[in-house]
Design a protein around this ligand. Structure first.
Ligand code: A3P
Length: 290
């Protein structure tokens, strides 16, 4: 049986107790100049971006991308769960160039990443779809705290009392940081609307070039339909003791606007009013439908 995580805080940001217990090690992580960091708020399209980046790095070679599960290809910096090597261990053992995943808000990113001037790809997803996805993920992933009811989870999300803290602070913090560091800031909704265009942005950012045939292959193999069936990307190959895909599959819907199937009119109104206040101090604009 897996016990759901207890939570703690680092500088006011909610994290699992186990992450808090190794926080010094996370903070002192030694980035290398050629590390690429993929940073997201949880459920914003991390895995999708990871697969896209790997397809680019492997020049569209599907077999190479299936060399290992996504969790092994890209260490999850701050993460640790029972019986699995920690993200730090995986990262330290990995030869360069490494691609590393994190959900940390920008102020908690280990300073060595900035010192080494590492490139970062940040992906943001509109709050409502992000929240829906996070709710279902808590239901199926027993390593996360119990989400409570949908109504309760909305409240937790709005107050930022969820793992990796406030979505609002996360997207705003990274948005500000992009003017100071080498950060490519992408949106889930754009990736969904025009994957080829967004892949082109990543190619440019990574200073890579591929021909049209390879580009088509990348678009195809990173589509929701293909990734859903890819055991090396859909999390069915490991974490079986933690994730129960029969409750809600990791590759759940992969859509923009699914929030409409979850929010009541009253919940939506309350959420929107609160959102306006929390997002009044940013130029960041999200689309909640396509
Ligand atoms: P849903 O729960 O809305 O379906 P993360 O990788 O950050 O945990 O995000 C998971 C979310 O991204 C899930 O959202 C998942 O279905 C979606 N996703 C994964 N791969 C995708 C793809 N290729 N295209 C669109 N959405 C994808």
């Amino acid at each position: 049986m897996v016990l759901r995580s207890e939570t703690g805080e680092v500088e006011g940001v909610t994290l699992t107790k186990s992450i808090c217990s190794i926080w010094d090690q996370v903070w002192n992580f030694q980035a290398r100049p050629d590390d690429l960091l993929i940073a997201t708020y949880a459920k914003a399209g991390t895995t999708w971006t990871q697969e896209t980046v790997d397809m680019i790095q492997q020049n569209g070679d599907v077999e190479k991308c299936r060399r290992a599960t996504i969790a092994k290809r890209h260490p999850f910096l701050e993460w640790l769960t029972m019986k699995h090597p920690t993200g730090l261990e995986l990262a330290e053992a990995m030869p360069s160039p490494r691609t590393i995943k994190t959900h940390l808000p920008v102020q908690l990113v280990p300073p060595s990443f900035w010192k080494q001037n590492c490139k970062v790809i940040y992906v943001a997803r509109n709050a409502k779809d992000n929240l829906v996805s996070y709710y279902h993920f808590h239901r199926m992933n027993k390593a996360l705290p119990d989400p409570g009811t949908w109504e309760e989870f909305i409240e937790k999300f709005m107050t930022g009392k969820v793992l990796w803290g406030s979505w609002y602070d996360h997207v705003k913090g990274w948005w500000k940081a992009k003017d100071k560091h080498r950060i490519l800031y992408l949106f889930y909704e754009d990736m969904k609307e025009n994957p080829e265009q967004e892949i082109q942005k990543i190619l440019k950012f990574l200073e890579k070039d591929v021909n049209q045939e390879v580009l088509n292959k990348i678009v195809h193999n990173t589509s929701f339909e293909i990734m859903k069936e890819n055991p090396m990307a859909n999390y069915t190959r490991e974490f079986q003791a933690i994730m129960d895909h029969s409750i809600s599959p990791f590759m759940r819907k992969g859509a923009v606007g699914d929030w409409k199937n979850h929010f009541t009119v009253a919940q939506n109104k309350k959420f929107d009013e609160d959102y306006k206040k929390k997002m009044a101090d940013t130029s960041l604009v999200f689309r909640t439908e396509l």
